[in-house]
Structure formats: C-alpha cells, structure tokens
Design a protein around this ligand. Structure first.
Ligand code: PLP
Length: 454
C-alpha cells in the first residue's frame, strides 16, 4: 500500500486572510527613494499608479489582511489547489526523502499569477478605476490580469513586447479571449513608444519599453491604473494563500517540511509558498529551510549586490533596496522568461540579507533534465520556471540518498508548461546552452549604478 498521493482541502478552507511577513521581520525593509532627489518617499508617491487599498497593503505591518469575499468567490474557481506526494519521482530517484509539491497550474491561466491579479483588479474596481494597463513579455502575467479584469468588469490594456507578440500567438490569444486589448510594444499610443519607433520603426521592443508605455498611459488618465505581477510587497502578500494551504495540507499528510523550495523571478511564488512556513520559524522557533532557486544566467540572489537600484531598465521607478545585477543587466535568452528580471523583491532581499532564507543558482540544462524526469514520473509538464524548483527538489533528494537520511521536501510547481513547449523542443533538439556568467560581466553591470549602496 503506497498511501495517499494527493491532499485536497474543501472550498471553505480557502484562506480568509493573507499573511504579511512585515509583521515579523526582525529588520524592516528600508524605504524606497525618489528616483531624482534620492530622498525617502512615502506611499503617497504611488497614488497616480495604484489604488489606495493596494498602497496600504504595500506598507502595513499588520500580521493579517482580510481577503474580500468577492475575491474568495473567484479563488473558488481553482482554489484550494492540490498538494501532491511525488511518489513516482521518489521511486525513480531511489531516495529516502519524501517529496511533496503544491500545484498552482490548475488556475485558468495555468500559473500562480491569478492569485494576485484577481485582488488587484478587485481593489481597482472598488476605487472606481475603469481600466488597468500592464506590460507582459511572454504573456504569463498579461493573461492572468486579462482574466482578472474580465471577472471584475474592468478594461485591460496589455503592452506586449513586439517580438513575443509576433512569435508567441497563443498567450496573446488567451488575453484576447478574456477580452483584453493587446498592443504590440513599442506602439504609437504613447510618447515613449513613438520616440522608439521614430528611431527604429522595426524595434523588437523590450520589457523596459513596454513598462514605460503602460505606466505613461496610467499616469495620464484618472480612470486608468497600472498593475505589476511580481516584486511589490502587496503582490507577495496576495500569494500567501499558497503557503497557508500548504501548511494545512502538510499537516494532513502528518509531515513537516525540512526544506521548502520555489523558483525565483521577482519573488512572488517563492514568497507565496515560503512566507507562511517562515512565519513558523519566526514565531514558533521551527527551523524550516526556505530555498529560492534562480537561473545561473540571472543570479541576482547568489551573485548580485544588495543595494538601491531601479525596478525598471529606464530608471523611472523609485529606487528600491534589493539584491540586483543592475537595472541595465541583460540576461541571456534563457527559456524561463519569468526568471529573467534583474532584481529581487524588497522583502525577499531583506530576508536574504538577514540570512532567514537561502538561495541557489541552477543551470537551465539541469532544470530541463529535472523537468522531463518529473513529467515522465508524475505526469505534469512543468513550466520552464517551475523546472528550477523541480531541479532543487531532485538535488535535495539525491543528497538525502547519499547521506542515507530521511528528509521532507516541499516545492512549488507554480505553473504548467503547455504554452512553453517550444522551450522543450529546444531542449530535445540540443539547442539549450549552459550559460555561466563571468565575474567580470557582473562587475561591469553593477559598476554602471550610481544609486546609494546600503
Ligand atoms: C511569472 C512566473 C514566475 C516568476 O515570477 P515570481 O514572481 O518570482 O513568482 C515563475 N513561474 C511562473 C510559472 C510564472 O508565470
């Protein structure tokens, strides 16, 4: 008798509150600085872009923030998400370790991102906003926000990097199916876009340009606001439904994880799974290791510097205290698009600095090896980003076997890979490359920064 494979919670166990790690951080995060004056700025500086409720969530130190009933109602479409025991993977690895994973790919958009898209759309609708703008690269965030806006009766304007718009039609079509307007960026709707197009009518675009366009539109119109899918405190807060459910499901399984693992882009799915476990470390004295897995080609946590830097490539956002490779850092074109961001969220950065969480970098070839093994044992084909967590779990399980010791591993399978099969094609075709960044490349990128060090 092998025992249970999955742990399911009933609908009424969807969390009623989000967990705010700011209540328990021994060192609070440093304040953001104004991009020009370099003086600390207060939350009111965000008012042109975000509704009041989200700005309050950005700075609150309250331990719990109530989830509005209308948001829980929509969460019911895919939450609570299942937690699985990866018994076949354990067998394939011949490990004494127990491996569990939380599966966020059951959301309509196929990832964890709707967990924050829905409350963001809700608070905007409550504030009388009519339309939300955002940028998207490959389209994961854009599709989550398109879904959420439709559910909350808002318009959605997505600036999609031109080259992805042309080359990745399926996520664009998902956004359009959910009623969003998808605009290839650079566009002639904004001064920023027109300026780029004047210099290069065939510009392939970039995330930085798309951000400028989305922000410009929001800043220019009272009824239009802007939305971000990672990095910011309120985004990390919303994602804690993942970890709260997982705490309860691990109790159902009669286990406590020794290590909790998640892939790391800006920090939202990592925080979502890890923060409720970290809460136990901070309030109950447990010693659960929280491990962020980042790509070796974009290693801000393991090889970046903790300092003030811009959130965007252009230098328009406030300066944030974070682990960064420098806002001009251009990562290699690895196939986990969601992990190519140059910096890390402020909360996660402070926690890493205080050694309350850990990080490791992994090469993309190793992540696809692990992801294919996972697909062939557990069935689900992970998103390339999620493969980083799978690789982390496989490494932990192999260590447990070498040491001949039990270990309980929990990781975040934050999305499925159904729209990323071109990346698997590249892997099978031998076209994925190892990519090790040199110290000189990192030093060069960081040398370009003139914002204060901390
Ligand atoms: C966006 C995305 C990520 C990276 O973002 P985080 O904020 O670090 O979670 C990782 N995995 C998937 C599936 C994504 O869509």
């Amino acid at each position: 008798m092998a025992g249970p494979r999955k742990y399911l919670l009933p609908e009424e166990r969807i969390p009623e509150r989000w967990y705010n790690i700011q209540a328990h951080m021994p060192n609070p995060a440093l304040p953001p600085l104004h991009p020009a004056t370099r003086e600390p700025i207060g939350p009111e500086a965000l008012e042109p872009l975000f509704p009041q409720a989200l700005i309050e969530q950005e700075v609150t130190r309250e331990e719990w923030v109530e989830i509005p009933e209308a948001v829980r109602e929509i969460y019911k479409l895919w939450r609570p998400t299942p937690l699985y025991r990866a018994r076949n993977l354990e067998k394939a690895l011949d490990t004494p370790a127990k491996i569990f994973y939380k599966y966020e790919g059951v959301s309509p958009a196929g990832s964890h991102k709707p967990n924050t898209a829905v409350p963001q759309a809700y608070y905007n609708a409550q504030a009388g906003v009519k339309r939300i703008t955002t940028e998207t690269g490959a389209g994961q965030w854009g599709s989550a926000l398109a879904l959420a806006c439709k559910m909350m009766g808002l318009g959605c304007e997505v600036y999609m990097v031109r080259i992805s718009f042309d080359q990745k039609p399926y996520r664009k079509l998902m956004m359009q199916t959910w009623g969003a307007e998808v605009i290839p960026s650079p566009s002639n709707r904004t001064a920023a876009g027109r300026q780029i197009l004047a210099a290069d009518p065939d510009s392939p675009g970039s995330l930085g340009i798309a951000i400028s366009e989305a922000v410009e539109r929001a800043a220019a119109d009272e009824a239009t606001k802007y939305s971000l899918g990672s990095v910011l405190n309120h985004v990390l807060l919303h994602q804690t439904v993942i970890g709260q459910e997982a705490v309860e499901q691990m109790e159902m399984a009669g286990e406590r994880p020794d290590v909790v693992i998640a892939p790391f882009g800006g920090g939202s799915n990592f925080a979502g799974l890890a923060f409720p476990f970290l809460r136990q470390n901070l309030t109950q004295g447990t010693d659960i290791r929280c491990l962020a897995m980042e790509p070796a080609s974009c290693p801000k946590l393991t090889r970046g510097e903790f300092r003030y830097d811009f959130g965007d490539t252009i230098g328009m956002t406030p300066l944030l205290p974070m682990y960064t490779l420098g806002h001009n850092f251009v990562p290699a074109k690895i196939h986990a698009g969601g992990l190519r961001y140059h910096g890390a969220g402020v909360l996660v950065s402070q926690l890493l600095k205080d050694k309350l969480i850990d990080a490791e970098a992994v090469d993309q070839l190793e992540t696809f090896q692990a992801g294919v093994l996972f697909a062939q044992t557990e069935g689900i084909i992970p998103a390339p980003e999620a493969n980083h967590a799978v690789a982390g779990a496989v490494k932990q399980a192999r260590q447990a076997r070498e040491e001949g010791r039990a270990r309980t591993i929990l990781f975040n399978l934050c999305g499925h890979g159904h729209f990323d099969m071109a990346a698997y094609e590249a892997y099978f075709g031998g076209r994925l490359e190892r990519h090790e960044l040199t110290e000189a490349e990192i030093a060069r990128s960081l040398a370009g920064l003139d914002a204060p060090k901390v």
